[in-house]
Design a protein around this ligand. Structure first.
Ligand code: HEM
Ligand code: HEM
Length: 180
């Protein structure tokens, strides 16, 4: 299983990072939507918030690892015309930016609320003083950016299917496990 990229496929590490991030973001979106509906004061609510914060911090660490890997292993050259390549690149940069911004703003929101940020059994470092107004704005920003990320992922998935079923080029296979 080659860990490095080949001219027409991402290596195993780039693919693992891509699909693991996809799974984490999917879990975080579904979890995030239901967090507020859980009964206040219940053990389940505490557990769900702790879980969302912990998985979100794992996502921050993984996206940083992913960017470091990307900088040292750029991946196969993109398919398509110059304009398609530029659009794909801009879309990917925006996805990376949002993959960082969403969990970082989430962290700052919990920190500004004055709570300890849960990370497995520990609490994450405290950077911000308690500030209810700031926490409220960050809460709104966390929600909006999370939906913006989801919208961009939908466009990204549509583009991936368009390459596969419309253009019938090798773009989708570059991110899928090698067969045979
Ligand atoms: C990729 C990572 C993340 C995604 C996709 C995500 C997504 C979401 C979504 C969709 C919501 C519901 C928003 C709403 O309706 O108000 C939410 C809520 C929340 N998120 Fe995240 N989140 C992520 C990371 C984090 C991190 C790292 C933290 C904190 C360390 C965090 C803390 C929270 C909290 C506390 C809420 C509930 C806010 C409330 O009280 O209304 N999130 N998240
Ligand atoms: C949370 C969801 C997702 C995020 C944040 C995401 C993000 C990204 C990013 C940033 C890249 C660029 C990799 C690089 O730096 O070269 C990429 C590539 C790719 N993604 Fe996703 N992705 C997601 C989900 C998906 C899904 C569900 C599919 C397929 C249905 C998909 C298919 C692809 C393909 C085929 C490539 C390779 C594109 C190319 O070689 O030009 N992604 N993804």
């Amino acid at each position: 299983m080659p860990t490095s990229d080949s001219p027409n496929r991402y290596g195993a590490i780039a693919r693992w990072l891509h699909w693991t991030m996809f799974a984490l973001i999917a879990v975080q979106m579904v979890g995030g939507i239901f967090l507020e509906d859980l009964p206040k004061g219940s053990a389940l609510r505490g557990l769900a918030f702790d879980g969302h914060e912990t998985v979100g911090i794992v996502a921050i660490l993984l996206v940083l690892a992913r960017i470091a890997w990307k900088l040292s292993h750029p991946g196969p050259a993109p398919e398509g015309t110059g304009l398609q390549q530029a659009l794909a690149k801009a879309g990917h940069v925006a996805l990376y930016a949002l993959m960082i911004a969403v969990p970082v703003v989430g962290y700052a929101m919990v920190d500004a609320k004055g709570y300890d940020v849960a990370f497995f059994g520990w609490s994450g470092p405290d950077f911000l003083a308690k500030d209810a107004d700031l926490a409220k704005s960050l809460n709104q920003l966390h929600e909006r950016l999370a939906w913006l990320l989801t919208g961009l992922v939908a466009v990204h998935v549509a583009a991936a299917f368009w390459h596969h079923f419309g253009l019938r080029d090798g773009t989708m296979r570059r991110m899928l496990p090698a067969r045979g």
